[in-house]
Design a binder for this molecule. Structure first.
Ligand code: HEC
Length: 432
């Protein structure tokens, strides 16, 4: 599949950003974020747990020791889409491309105000299973002319399961990669395995992986057909792997398929004698909730953690750069009239992504999604369920949360803002 990434011209992007909402007021960003304060000893190892369940591991002498050895540490986190909307914090990189965030974090040494820490501070961030992603990278807040965007660092954000290391990837490498292409799209000695979890049941995958020959002997039609199709080459049995090990391998394959955006029909699972039916619904893009029980992701949000090391007091963000190959018409919103001091953002229902709209001041006052500016078409998922959130903070608070599903053509919306309290708005945002 051809990938045509559209990149913003950086200077163009900056000029546009200067005009959009928060920039007008030149106020400090992230001002409404709740901070948590901790007082720790500068010369001892300390582990803190934030109210969001983030473990903060601070080694002795990470901070400068002052007279009484006490350091005032402030921790801030933005994990919810509601916090992003309210604070006008968006998940876009410096090219205006969309990022899927696993959380944004900042640690400050209030006592000395140091910019850089003597040692990296390790963060273990509970990964929301709904948005779990194995290819996260670390981004840092970058201000360009006072505008906040996220800039990729060279660090990846490691992911771990519970106390031990996540081993689905490792198990796949050690046991399967010699015959199954790690790119999951192509054949090797064995078939391509991308999205295999959508076509075979969990129990079948366990049985097949442990001993495919035993399945064949039992008369399992899928196993028999595959075996003939692959000229009776025998797949090694993996009796030594536990169900849990095997599940982790397919969790890895499921997530990796999503990360690599392998389409539902890209890999043929029908063999000549066995017309495999897809066992579950799969949307044009990611892992559908209907298959979550069958495969992929643990329902216990504490099970997976992103690991991140903070070296400075700058904000860090765990992100995945969303590569989208489908193209749709730009998303625009026309409000019924002009409201004072209006902010507008697009919030994905099934991803942790918040993208700002920019108001075309010069002509009709239409709001255009930031990555739509000046484009005939944009790279954006089709049939993606989104909300468009608009609020006007004038003497009278008004807002609207409009649900929408993206189409290939004609994404032009029109609505008005309703007069309601800010408290109501915040309540509604929390549910996003
Ligand atoms: C020695 C090579 C080899 C190794 C190692 C191997 N496979 Fe296979 N695999 C095959 C072949 C060949 C087939 C085709 C079916 C057959 O010949 O029985 C296959 C088929 C499969 C299928 C069936 C695909 C479908 O259409 O349903 C799955 C699933 C699978 N392998 C998973 C794995 C996993 C997981 C591992 C590692 C734990 C692994 N394989 C290791 C060679 C291998």
């Amino acid at each position: 599949m051809a990938s045509k990434k559209q990149f913003f011209n950086l200077s163009y992007f900056i000029i546009l950003l200067i005009c959009f909402d928060a920039c007008k007021k030149d106020e400090p960003i992230f001002q409404n974020i709740n901070h948590q304060d901790f007082f720790i000893s500068c010369n001892r190892d300390t582990t803190l747990v934030s109210s969001e369940g983030v473990r903060i591991i601070i080694k002795a002498n990470t901070f400068q020791c002052v007279s009484d050895h006490r350091v005032h540490v402030q921790f801030a986190a933005i994990l919810d889409k509601s916090d992003m909307v309210l604070n006008r914090v968006y998940t876009i990189d410096r090219n205006g491309d969309m990022l899927e965030s696993g959380g944004m974090f900042q640690i400050q040494d209030i006592t000395t105000g140091a910019d850089v820490f003597n040692k990296p501070i390790q963060l273990l961030v509970p990964a929301n299973p709904k948005y779990l992603n194995f290819n996260m990278a670390e981004y840092q807040l970058a201000k360009i002319d006072g505008i906040s965007v996220w800039a990729r660092t060279s660090n990846t954000a490691r992911i771990s399961k519970g106390e031990g290391a996540l081993n689905g990837k490792e198990l796949f490498k050690q046991n399967c990669a010699s015959c199954h292409n790690a790119k999951l799209r192509d054949k090797l000695t064995g078939p391509a395995l991308g999205n295999v979890h959508l076509f075979r049941s969990k129990q079948w995958l366990r049985d097949f992986t442990k001993d495919s020959q035993a399945l064949i002997a039992k008369g399992d039609s899928t196993a028999i057909c595959l075996w003939y199709e692959w000229n009776k080459s025998v797949m090694t049995g993996f009796k030594q792997l536990t169900d849990n090990d095997i599940d982790q391998i397919y969790e890895y394959i499921a997530n990796q398929s999503r990360v690599m955006e392998i389409g539902q029909d890209e890999i043929k699972y029908e063999t000549e004698c066995d017309l495999a039916k897809r066992i579950s619904k799969y949307d044009s893009f990611g892992v559908d909730t209907s298959i979550v029980e069958n495969y992929t992701i643990d329902t216990n949000s504490m099970t997976y953690r992103y690991e991140l090391a903070l070296q400075t007091k700058n904000w860090a963000n765990i992100d995945y750069l969303l590569n989208v190959y489908t193209r749709i018409d730009p998303i625009t919103v026309m409000l019924d009239k002009s409201y004072e001091n209006t902010s507008m953002a697009l919030v994905f229902q099934n991803r942790n992504i918040v993208v700002p709209f920019y108001q075309r001041l010069e002509s009709d006052g239409k709001f255009v999604l930031l990555n739509s500016i000046g484009k005939q078409q944009i790279n954006f998922p089709i049939d993606e369920k989104i909300w468009i959130v608009a609020f006007s903070e004038a003497s009278e608070f008004r807002y609207k949360v409009e649900e929408y599903t993206t189409k290939k053509v004609g994404n032009n919306l029109k609505f008005s803002l309703d007069s309601m309290s800010k408290e109501q708005f915040i309540q509604e945002l929390k549910k996003l």
